[in-house]
Design a protein around this ligand. Structure first.
Ligand SMILES: NC(=O)c1ccc[n+]([C@@H]2O[C@H](COP(=O)([O-])OP(=O)(O)OC[C@H]3O[C@@H](n4cnc5c(N)ncnc54)[C@H](O)[C@@H]3O)[C@@H](O)[C@H]2O)c1
Ligand SMILES: C[C@@H](O)[C@H](N)C(=O)O
Length: 343
């Protein structure tokens, strides 16, 4: 089977690898669509993300969906022909975190495209059947693949308890910020503000329904939020840029008693925060790591037409053109590139 392998930074090679056989509890999926995520681009450019280092050739891609072509002997809830979205992190199911339901915090999680685990830029993936979610006819496999970043958005909104009538400020209008926008709307947020430093990203966010966009290179965010919220501040602030100034700004723009959700990964682990301000204003600060129990919700939201994910796709490329696709994905105005294996 054709497989794109990252053999060194900025170099994919196409290899012919043996097609896997599904284990007894697995489905064998013919991959149809795979999104290019910022973390894929980071591994492609730098060969590492923090402590995760690409030491051996690695298959990237963790936003994937496809068609079941074979099922393992114990699998009863899938059959060949089903189209499925693959949840990319499979936990050990036995540790304390898994047992308390926080399976996304499992320290032995096997997460696609995170060294040493291979991902989905390949023709076939064998995957545990319970981490494959059937897509109804109305949901495309490209949308199925984008259940992954949508899941990040859903989980962030759940962490922030976003509710009906809330004003949500999202810092960073990349794919994650835009998926938080979708999830926040679905959760009932009536006012959504997005920030960025790239004008095109903000124009796009506005087209996708942001009520207010703020270019933080030109406009004072505190003043803009104060004006929009009559001096109260945002109910929930979701940080989705990873930029240090943006992380710092979150506690200035959240309302007293509001919630800050940190999603963006700062390049430096330590970011100075005014703790007295946090205490005095009773701000809840939550980390948000990947997601748990979001795929069913993501598929339902798509089936009901409550969210749009396909609209963030800038381009689709064939597996053979993956090097070009990654170079394109690195352009600052591009939101989402997809690799399609539909032929
Ligand atoms: N916690 C998690 O589980 C999780 C999951 C996926 C991604 N992430 C992280 O979330 C962040 C967003 O992911 P993405 O794929 O959308 O990344 P991205 O790089 O595509 O988007 C980030 C956006 O932030 C903008 N930005 C840069 N500086 C800014 C600033 N000072 N203020 C406002 N916006 C600014 C950029 O222009 C860009 O549009 C990244 O840090 C990523 O690593 C975290
Ligand atoms: C959650 C996922 O999208 C992220 N890129 C990660 O590897 O954690």
């Amino acid at each position: 089977m054709r497989t794109a392998v990252l053999v060194e930074p900025t170099e994919f090679e196409l290899e012919d690898r043996p097609r896997p056989s599904p284990g007894p509890d697995d489905v064998l999926v013919a991959v149809r669509d795979v999104g290019i995520c910022g973390s894929d681009v980071h591994y492609y450019e730098h060969g590492r993300i923090g402590d995760y280092v690409v030491e051996d050739p690695l298959v990237l891609g963790h936003e994937s969906a496809g068609e079941v072509v074979e099922v393992g002997e114990n699998v009863t809830d899938h059959e060949p022909g089903d189209r499925v979205a693959l949840e990319p992190g499979v936990p050990c199911r036995r540790c304390a975190h898994c047992k308390r339901g926080d399976y996304h915090l499992c320290e032995s999680v096997r997460f696609m495209a995170t060294p040493p685990h291979d991902g989905a830029f390949t023709e076939y993936v064998s995957w545990p059947a319970d981490f494959a979610y059937t897509l109804p006819e109305s949901v495309s496999t490209a949308e199925g693949a984008l259940c992954e970043p949508l899941s990040v958005g859903i989980h962030a909104c759940r962490r922030g308890s976003v509710g009906t009538g809330d004003t949500v400020l999202i810092t960073g209008a990349g794919p994650i910020g835009l998926m938080v926008l979708e999830a926040a709307r679905a959760a009932g947020a009536t006012d959504v503000i997005l920030t960025d430093v790239v004008e095109e990203k903000l124009e796009f966010a506005e087209k996708r329904g942001a009520d207010l966009t703020v270019d933080v290179t030109e406009t004072d965010l505190d003043a803009a939020v104060a004006e929009y919220t009559d001096g109260v501040g945002a109910d929930v602030v979701v940080e989705a840029s990873g930029a240090e100034p943006s992380i710092k700004s979150t506690i200035d723009v959240v309302r007293r008693g509001g919630t800050v959700v940190l999603v963006g990964l700062a390049s430096e682990a330590e970011v100075p925060i005014d703790v007295l301000e946090l205490i005095d204003n009773e701000v809840d600060v939550h980390g948000s790591f990947r997601y748990k129990n979001t795929y069913d919700a993501a598929v339902d939201l798509l089936a009901d037409g409550e969210v749009d994910v396909e609209g963030i796709i800038d381009f689709e490329s064939e597996l053979e053109d993956i090097n070009d696709a990654f170079r394109r994905a690195m352009e600052p105005t591009v939101v989402k590139g997809m690799i399609s294996l539909n032929s």
